[in-house]
Design a protein around this ligand. Structure first.
Ligand code: NAD
Length: 476
């Protein structure tokens, strides 16, 4: 990998003046439909022209990042979101008429979707382009100006994003701040009109505390341990294929990757065999395989190795599905797809979000037991249930609370523009994608247009018989 001199951090003292500049420009000229449309068109064109370069830059940041996965997960998702927004924006912007309470007729009521002003976007490293540009596109579509803080852990990608956005947007419409915790902390403390954060639950707490000082509303797209349950009798090879697709995408560094599996006790060993064959077919080797993504940095690699070391110290059965010589693995931060069979609950791997290619497998005997296990843990960002029995699926949907769910698949609910994406409780608050993103970055302003004649004119002091009758009628 070529050495890279990261651009200097954005000076903390420049952040507030930048926000003020963006805010003044937004207020002076609220972006109309033509402006927003043009912004999205130019962003799409510029990004599409650099999408191969983007895949190279992200790969250089990771050590190796599958080109195909970058083009889909960081490329297609952004282009698809922009296309969906472009085709619906005009109708989303239209004022929506609401029926007026009959007592107030013939007044008229409507909701205007008004831009909030300046939106802050803080992005993580795992899908560093998509998780910066998708919220940005939604905020621009809603008529806001935007300040973005990409992750310090993918510095080449952050520099790429800044170059791209500087090329597409004038400096008073979109600004990019670069830097680690000090810049990030100061960024979260800015008096934005909305702050959109994607990252860990621990940092999400700090972001919300900082935003509270300004009463800045927040959207928190956080993480957590997303359970995956295989139902009784579900075809195991099909479950194995779909779980492998969601788990080892980006080497498990995905917020909605299945974190652990719950498998019927009697099917456990057959499922492990099916999953092993599936993974080996996808990744015949790990070393030197361009399709298998490296762990992003030494800190994350050590954290994941630490889970495995602790598991082996406790005698947990560990299956490295595609072995890789340790020296090469360490040099390239390659962590093979690894199953942990029935690890005890007190291990770190069962307490913390894994965010890597390790998959614990636990067995259960009844659906009630599986549901009770899920409900004994914090509410997850995603939940997966493989089951063809409609009653059992219904039970799972009704009795568990999760940000989003895919039934008989993993991850794919994320890719639906018409579904809101977001967590619940410790996995996040608020949502975006498609219309939900536009709504997140808009203020639904309630407007009543009074008519020349108003029945309310009858109700005024001095209160006499008419007012008495009116009050009696209204409080009947
Ligand atoms: P992180 O929380 O460490 O960092 C995310 C961003 O927050 C970075 O830009 C970082 O600079 C910034 N940051 C650091 N300290 C800050 C502070 N005090 N105030 C404000 N910002 C601060 O997360 P990460 O390691 O980059 O990403 C991994 C986590 O993100 C996982 O938990 C994963 O589940 C979650 N995630 C969630 C989603 C989602 O859509 N819900 C998507 C991807 C990742």
């Amino acid at each position: 990998m070529e050495p890279f001199a990261a651009p200097p951090d954005t000076p903390v003292e420049s952040l507030l003046p930048t926000l003020r500049k963006l805010r003044a420009a937004q207020a002076a000229r609220i972006p109309d439909y033509a402006q927003r449309r043009d912004d999205l068109d130019r962003l799409r064109r510029a990004f599409q022209g650099k999408v191969e370069e983007m895949a190279k830059v992200v790969s250089a940041d990771f050590g190796n990042r599958s080109r195909h996965e970058s083009l889909v997960a960081d490329g297609m998702t952004v282009l698809g979101e922009i296309d969906f927004i472009r085709s619906h924006l005009k109708s989303w912007m239209r004022p929506r008429a609401r029926r007026v309470n009959w007592l107030f007729l013939p007044a008229r009521a409507q909701v205007l979707m008004q831009p909030l002003g300046v939106v802050g976007v803080i992005a993580p490293w795992n899908y560093p382009v998509s998780l910066a540009l998708k919220p940005l596109a939604a905020a621009i579509a809603a008529g806001n100006h935007v300040m973005v803080k990409p992750s310090e852990h993918t510095p080449r990608t952050s520099a790429f994003l800044r170059e791209l956005l500087d090329e597409v947007f004038p400096a008073e419409r979109v600004a990019v701040a670069l830097g680690a915790a000090a810049v990030a902390g100061a960024f979260a403390a800015l008096p934005f009109d909305h702050l959109f954060f994607t990252g860990s639950t621990a940092v999400g707490r700090k972001v919300m505390a900082a935003a509270a000082q300004n009463l800045t509303p927040v959207t928190l797209e956080l993480g957590g341990k997303s359970p995956c349950v295989i139902g009784e009798g579900y075809p195991l090879p099909l479950a194995a294929a779909r779980i492998a697709a969601g788990k080892w995408l980006n080497a498990g560094q995905t917020c909605i990757a299945p974190d652990y599996l719950l498998v019927p006790h009697a099917a456990r060993d057959d499922f492990i065999t099916a999953l092993g064959s599936e993974v080996r077919a996808r990744f015949p080797t790990i070393a030197g395989n361009p399709d298998y993504t490296s762990i992003v940095n030494d800190g994350q690699y050590r954290r994941l190795r630490g889970y495995l070391d602790e598991a082996s110290a406790h005698g947990v059965r560990t299956l490295e599905l595609v072995p890789c010589p340790r020296e090469q693995a360490d040099a390239q931060r390659l962590l093979p797809p690894t199953l942990l069979i029935d690890p005890p609950e007190d291990l770190a791997v069962m307490r913390e979000e894994i965010f890597g290619p390790i998959l614990p497998i636990k067995s259960y005997r009844t659906l009630d037991e599986a549901i009770a296990y899920i409900n004994a843990h914090p509410r997850p960002l995603a939940l997966y249930h493989f089951d063809n029995d409609r009653a059992r699926v219904q039970q799972m949907l009704e009795r568990t609370v999760a940000g989003g769910v895919s039934i008989n698949d993993t991850v794919m609910h994320y890719a639906q523009e018409r579904l809101p994406f977001g967590g619940v409780g410790p996995s996040g608050m608020g949502r975006y994608h498609g219309y939900d993103g536009f709504a997140t970055f808009s203020h639904p302003k309630a407007v009543l247009r009074q008519a020349r004649l108003s029945s309310m004119a009858l109700f005024k002091p001095p209160y006499r018989r008419l007012a008495d009758r009116l009050v009696k009628f209204l409080t009947r």
